[in-house]
Design a protein around this ligand. Structure first.
Ligand code: GLY
Ligand code: MN
Length: 413
């Protein structure tokens, strides 16, 4: 049955469930301007950033490709695309946002979406919003003019699908004589890795919410409870404290399970004398916290556990001190590894020191020296499976012009 036209109109203008963002629309516009400037320097090349398709299986919440989210703040338009045409003669067409056509029948299942009108253009801060059925022609028109297509998405391994902009550009370039495809895939990691004030505030909020969760988790980490009880306590507290979701699958591993880096079963009972590694974080407005603490289930560490714990803590504090503007992450890693190795546990620190953090928990990595505004995790660990003994301590660290700022300091360690 077709709904009455008046209902369709009313519903179409109602916004779907976009997550609230504390980042002002002007900041998204500035980010897009930065991309346009970089493309202009690249000979006026076109750029394309895609949101990706929603998973129809109901197994997980959909999120757009983080590059698309970073440049638009739009989180509820699967199939959307953002086309950059830096040398378009009409200034308002240098950034074009394409949204899937409305489909009232599908939207009865997935939620009603807004019409393209002046209000939507104002909300997204984009002057040109078109439907995706106009995309092929728009790309052809701009590509004929610029003959240069710059890849902004990261490249894929040969075993994975070709990155989405490269797939489209290859098809397009095959139809336009003298068109060339160039690599600008380092641009968005460089931009995304240096957080703005608004982003830092959101990540601090994610960290503070995570602190509330860890307090609840610590209270639940007692003999007779389970790893799942600890996970539940943390995640329930995140939601109550205003998180949009958990930032990644919580790892709650006790005893031997604490030595499995990405342990996810979270079903074992907690036993007196065991340690528990809790690696978990809240997400706020799409930005992640990523924290690990190691608790003694009984509340008291054995001498051996204390030795390992103190070594990890000492190495972590040294690594945090090494988080200085100009330093490479390899130097941060070396600062921790030196202490763990000197204590005789070098073979038991089996992963890298950390990673960039932001819209993704393992965020876009610029592979450059640290700069003020970058946020990285510092997470050394010692894992001794034969002793069922694992310790990891992880904090989220903001690089500044001087002393690094630990966003997750409120969580005791
Ligand atoms: N929080 C899990 C990881 O960083 O790998
Ligand atoms: Mn981490």
């Amino acid at each position: 049955m077709t709904p009455p036209a008046s209902t369709v109109r009313r519903r179409r203008t109602a916004s779907a469930s976009a997550a609230p963002s504390c980042i002002p629309p002007a900041e998204f516009a500035q980010r897009r301007e930065s991309v346009l400037r970089a493309l202009t320097r690249e000979g006026g090349a076109l750029g394309l950033v895609v949101a990706g398709d929603a998973d129809p299986s109901l197994t997980a919440a959909w999120r757009p490709n983080p590059n698309f989210e970073y440049l638009t703040g739009i989180t509820d338009e699967s199939g959307a695309m953002l086309l950059f045409c830096p040398s378009h003669p009409v200034a308002a067409r240098r950034v074009q946002l394409f949204l899937k056509p409305l489909n009232p029948e599908l939207e009865r299942w997935d939620g009603f979406r807004p019409a393209v009108d002046a209000a939507l253009k104002k909300r997204y801060g984009v002057a040109t919003i078109l439907r995706t059925d106009a995309f092929a022609r728009a790309l052809l028109e701009s590509a004929k003019r610029s003959k240069r297509l710059a890849c902004l998405h990261p490249f894929a391994a040969h075993t994975a699908p070709v990155s989405p902009d490269l797939a489209i550009f290859k098809e397009s370039a095959a139809r336009i004589p003298n068109a060339s495809i160039v690599d600008l895939s380092s641009l968005l990691p460089a931009m995304r890795s240096v957080k703005s004030k608004a982003e830092v505030a959101m990540m601090q909020r994610a960290a503070d919410i995570t602190a509330v969760g860890f307090e609840a988790a610590r209270a639940a980490a007692t003999p007779g409870r389970t790893e799942f009880d600890v996970q539940e306590a943390a995640e329930h507290a995140y939601k109550t404290a205003g998180a949009s979701s958990t930032a990644y699958r919580t790892i709650a591993g006790t005893g031997f399970n604490a030595t499995v880096l990405h342990y996810h079963a979270n079903t074992a009972p907690l036993k007196d004398g065991d340690l528990l590694v809790l690696d978990s974080g809240a997400s706020f407005g799409g930005y992640a916290a990523d924290v690990t603490r190691t608790f003694a289930v009984s509340g008291k560490f054995t001498a051996r556990q204390k030795l390992v714990y103190d070594t990890v803590l000492k190495s972590q504090l040294a690594a945090i001190r090494a988080c200085r503007a100009g330093a490479q992450m390899s130097a941060v890693d070396a600062a921790a590894r030196k202490i763990i190795t000197a204590a005789g546990f070098g073979d038991h620190f089996i992963h890298g020191i950390g990673h960039h953090l932001g819209l993704e928990v393992h965020d876009a990595d610029p592979q450059t020296a640290l700069e003020p505004g970058m946020i990285v995790t510092v997470e050394p660990g010692i894992y001794i499976p034969e002793e069922s003994l694992g310790v990891r301590i992880e904090d989220d660290v903001l690089i500044t012009k001087g002393t690094p700022k630990v966003l997750t300091n409120a969580i005791p360690k």
